[in-house]
Design a protein around this ligand. Structure first.
Ligand SMILES: [Fe+2]
Ligand SMILES: [Fe+2]
Length: 331
């Protein structure tokens, strides 16, 4: 369980007001330099701190996409709640779906403090103006997909999310600590689904292998193309700590041996660890597919957005009722 104290800002508001970039006598440039120095010293930024616009917009864009991904990420899995093979699996999958929606709630709260109302973020998502992760634009064809998503998609995500616990933006880093606890349970659930199927019949093993064959490409694309560390502004501001390639290498180092141990075959003939170079070599992921998918042209992008739009419209009366309640009570 997360230590509740770990969720509080480290400095009191009074102490924070004495941070050099809060000094109103400084010029904008001097404040900017003091802010950069603060962040580069590994210290945290809090929601009410003065911050350069580039930093505010950078964190907002990053957290908003993360929140969108948590919210859209439940749609491929929810399709299987009614088709879960046992009551235990149904309960576990329902709990996971609830967790992911909870992650979206927590992250939209972090993002809205930076100046963009939650309603606007939801509207931009529904209008296709903002993005969500590539892996949530694909169909789920069998129960094998449920295992692969919970085990490997969540694993690829947690590699990135664990690094985000060190984010310079305090509210985000603390939220990620809570989220990472829950994500690690999702991985255990996914691994249990996969191990059970791989210990089962020939058909069950075939379902997992077929799901892995379809998901491997999107998984390798998930962290994004290699980028130049010196030009990456999210790294400069320490919103994130690792490059796309570092995350992909970490994912491969942890999961390739585990996938192979279960008797699964990874559909990439080039994939191997180069001892001399100290890194995994792999077939170049299809970056065109990644660009196409995240801009809303994936196999399920429009259908999933339409589903969200439908439910947003159907639940409008709940929002209207809840928001009207204080007015009604005051009248
Ligand atoms: Fe999540
Ligand atoms: Fe998860």
């Amino acid at each position: 369980m997360t230590d509740p104290l770990a969720l509080d800002p480290v400095l009191s508001p009074e102490e924070r007001s004495r941070l050099p970039y809060h000094d109103p006598d400084l010029s904008h440039e001097e404040r900017y330099d003091a802010f950069v120095e603060h962040v580069h010293a590994g210290r945290k930024v809090e929601a009410r701190d003065w911050m350069p616009d580039e930093y505010r917009n950078g964190v907002l864009r990053f957290v908003e996409m993360h929140a969108n991904s948590e919210l859209m990420g439940v749609l491929p899995e929810r399709e299987w709640i009614m088709r879960a093979p046992t009551l235990k699996r149904k309960l576990a999958l329902t709990a996971k779906v609830q967790d992911e929606v909870g992650h979206a709630q927590l992250l939209y709260r972090v993002a809205e403090d930076l100046g963009k109302p939650r309603e606007q973020m939801l509207q931009d998502l529904l209008d296709g103006k903002t993005k969500f992760h590539n892996v949530f634009h694909y169909p789920t064809r069998s129960w094998g997909d449920v295992g692969i998503i919970a085990w490997l998609v969540d694993a690829a995500a947690i590699v990135a999310q664990q690094a985000l616990r060190e984010s310079s933006y305090g509210p985000y880093s603390r939220t990620m600590k809570k989220i990472c606890w829950e994500e690690s349970v999702h991985i255990m659930h996914g691994r249990d689904v996969i191990v059970t199927m791989m210990s089962g019949t020939h058909t069950q093993r075939g379902m997992v292998q077929e799901a892995l064959d379809r998901w491997w490409g999107p998984l390798m694309q998930m962290h994004g193309p290699r980028s130049d560390r010196s030009k990456d502004r999210d790294l400069f501001w320490r919103i994130k700590a690792k490059t796309s390639e570092e995350l992909r290498q970490e994912f491969l180092s942890i999961y390739v041996p585990r996938i192979r141990e279960l008797g699964l075959e990874i559909p990439d003939p080039v994939l191997h660890y180069d001892e001399g170079a100290g890194r995994w070599e792999y077939s170049e992921p299809d970056w065109n597919e990644l660009r196409t998918v995240v801009t809303g042209h994936g196999p399920m992008s429009q259908e999933r957005l339409e589903f969200r739009r439908l439910h947003h419209a159907e639940s409008a009366w709940v929002r209207a009722t809840v928001l009207a309640a204080p007015v009604a009570a005051a009248a």
